[in-house]
Design a protein. Sequence first.
Length: 475
Amino acid sequence: MNIPLVIPTYKRTRSLESLLRSFAGGAGGAEAHPVAVFDDAPENEGGADTRALVDRLNSEYGLDLELRGYAEREAFVRSLADRMNGTDGMLRFALYGGAGWIHASGCNRNAVLLRFAGSKVVSADDNIRFRFHSFQDPEYITGLREGMGGAACFAFPDERWRHFKKRRLKEWTGNIFHEFEHVLGKNPRELGFYPEAGSDAAELSGPVRIAAAGICGERWYLSRFAPLSFEYGLRSLMWKNRREYAEAMERPRALLLAPELSLEAYPFFTGSLMGYDSSSILPPFLPHTQNEDGIWAYMIRCMYGNSPIGHLPFAAEYDTSPRSPFTEADSSDTSLDQIILWTVQDIRRNLEGKSPQDILVSLGEGLGKLASMPEAEWRDYLLDGCLVLCDLKIHQFGKNLKISREKPSFWAEDVWERIGNIEKSKSSLRPWAPAEFQDFGEKGEAEFRHYLARIGELLRAWPEIWEAACAPAGG
């Protein structure tokens, strides 16, 4: 079977329709590949609209779209539970999340993972459009990056974005499925990469398990401060004066694009348009996190330390209209995602030499132990971790200031202000009650503990769930 395209969606029928119509146009080699739409919305909360849309487009274009909505998911859960001797508690948490917590987009991605366990898959978010771009002169961009690899990050004001798009980008007309198929499952040497012996890259000898395409148009990053860290050599392309800079910070037109195929150890990853090879176990996406794809990529690097992350040299158009403004939560130094990432990193330090399955189980055990700590120990641990994160941010900002010689001045002023605010925030950090759980009031800390315990249980149970998903139906 040709590598499938999967589309996770949730209550965004208009956006999904735009994606499917752009797909039906045949761009990117779309016409020869099966498509499965995974809908997270119950039938009476938008799911029926998605089902009607899929039926209409199947008829209109002669497509063969498969819809996997709530009814199909429940049947899938029952089938997997039968293969697991009827045990479905953690399976249900993986696919539905916990009651009362924020919407769990990671659950939809888990439904995709388990449905296609053992296969290669291309996944597109419902705000992707099958229109693609690449750099006109990739060597020029590479020359500005001073040896940096991976995807280049940009944030533009509207006018400069139009100028950059015309001068520096071109339409990319390749086949996205061929590009992902070419990279996934291959090791660096098979892809023509021969790093120097003894270098960090020389340790990346394993197969590529995940790869991401770029995205352009709307912002993909969660923090309003992300552009403060974008590469020094690229800033002159993004903004020329204070006015342009201010617009790019608040209402950015963004671009994430690798000049050439890049294989990286650093787990920077966005899953808006990605491919993965699940011939070996991959971790679950953590329900109720916003940066579920970034955390997932980091866990893959934990499990497979010699496997690089691929960045492909084309970008899909990305539309989140209307552009949503940043919120106060976007500025938090104690978000749920940051706390989980730091905690997983800390637990991982003691897991050298273990198998991927054992690493996943050990990560789950570590999160479970954290959730059961006495209050004082639990709070001290989380606070120490967040203080380390704050110091790392300050160190990186200081490094960026030194490299750029504090130019341009309007950017440097914001960086210094950000450093000052991080320093001030240290005395009032409460990482045991992250913003995502503050709606619970006094119960927020207990809910957060419960959430971490559930995540720990999920990671410990995942190898069994994965084995059941890979087993033949009825086997």
